[in-house]
Ligand binder design. Structure first.
Ligand SMILES: NC(=O)c1ccc[n+]([C@@H]2O[C@H](COP(=O)([O-])OP(=O)(O)OC[C@H]3O[C@@H](n4cnc5c(N)ncnc54)[C@H](O)[C@@H]3O)[C@@H](O)[C@H]2O)c1
Length: 319
């Protein structure tokens, strides 16, 4: 099997590479000079700009992937501050990937959508079938790409599948994401002993721990085509408030200084994202269930970050 991962330098791509079959040929492709964290030994890193139509077609024609994991994207903060760039990377990038996939007979395209694709006000919980009227430009591109993927699936037979990921808690959050506070509060608490959150104490968007996120992508990617009743799936793990996160971190690290200095623009965007989400289809179609709720996630993540810090101070290669 051959996997092409666009946005291959990124947070999720590098970490996912360790979960792909060890006998697979994996290419991580991105515009960044180098990947942002360690990737698996059966993967190689290449330059590919998804906004470059010719380059995408040539790359796909030459490598002939079975599966494209299309992760390249500008995230929420960057998309809001540079809409033309978000249009090129998110919208045109997806279009080039879909067109190249059809032309060069790629079996499957897996796309990472986001809970930012919903908009507000929203029912709580968000039902399985919910209208998507996103408030942010990033969310708009995600909703639009879901529709584009649906077209390629229904009309042109491409095996397109996507999940609407909640905010991912990870050691390598993208600096371009308004949601990165949810990871940075853990990272800074361990590394610096302090952090200032710009959301509200009550802000409680849906979150998922990186290990559950990777598990979900793995399950979705490798599910049987005949089991897929949807093109795009909801995914839910937990939705603790920012103050509950702070409390849980302080159980592990009682001396840290965590405080709130709300930035209304960021807080309003985050508060427009879903809290609880119904995800029965993912559970039924490809066996999704999360392993980490807030307490387990905090214990595991704090320990992992402490180990990374020790490695770093011993001259290890972790970021
Ligand atoms: N991390 C989250 O909380 C989260 C939540 C929901 C959805 N997602 C989606 O998951 C995917 C991966 O997110 P991530 O957290 O790894 O983000 P990330 O920012 O770490 O990775 C995105 C990658 O895309 C690359 N990229 C940007 N422009 C490109 C271009 N023109 N050509 C090729 N690559 C380009 C970036 O260099 C970056 O490495 C994205 O599509 C994101 O929207 C992430």
């Amino acid at each position: 099997m051959k996997y092409l991962v666009t946005g291959g330098a990124g947070n999720i791509a590098c970490q996912l590479s360790h979960r792909l079959p060890t006998d697979a040929e994996v290419v991580l492709a991105d515009i960044a000079d180098h990947p942002f964290s360690q990737y698996s030994s059966n993967a190689r890193y290449c330059h590919l700009d998804v906004t470059d139509e010719v380059a995408v077609h040539e790359f796909v024609a030459e490598f002939q992937p079975d599966i494209i994991l299309h992760f390249a994207s500008l995230l929420s903060g960057q998309s809001e501050s540079d809409r033309p760039a978000a249009w090129r990377v998110n919208m045109q990038g997806a279009f080039h990937v879909f067109e190249a996939s059809v032309k060069h007979k790629v079996d499957r395209v897996v796309f990472l959508s986001s809970i930012a694709s919903f908009g507000s006000p929203l029912p709580d919980p968000v039902p399985e079938q919910c209208e998507q009227w996103p408030r942010g430009f990033y969310g708009f591109t995600k909703a639009a790409i879901e529709r584009m993927g649906f077209y390629y699936k229904e009309t042109l037979g491409l095996d397109f599948r996507s999940i609407r990921l909640p905010i991912v808690i990870s050691a390598y959050p993208s600096p371009g994401a308004a949601s990165s506070y949810a990871s940075n509060v853990f990272i800074s608490a361990v590394r610096d002993g302090s952090y200032t959150l710009q959301v509200r104490e009550t802000s409680n968007p849906a979150l998922v721990y990186i290990e559950d996120c990777l598990k979900a992508i793995d399950l979705l990617t490798h599910a049987k085509r005949e089991n897929m009743s949807h093109a795009s799936y909801n995914l839910f793990s937990c939705a603790p408030s920012a103050s509950e996160i702070v409390t849980e971190i302080m159980k592990q690290l009682p001396d840290v200084q965590l405080r709130f200095e709300t930035d209304n623009k960021i807080a309003d965007l985050i508060d427009s994202w879903p809290k609880r989400i119904e995800d029965q289809a993912a559970r039924e179609d490809w066996g999704w269930s999360p392993d980490f709720m807030l307490e387990d996630m905090t214990k595991k993540f704090v320990t992992a970050l402490q180990e990374m810090n020790v490695k770093e101070s011993n001259g290890g290669e972790e970021k």
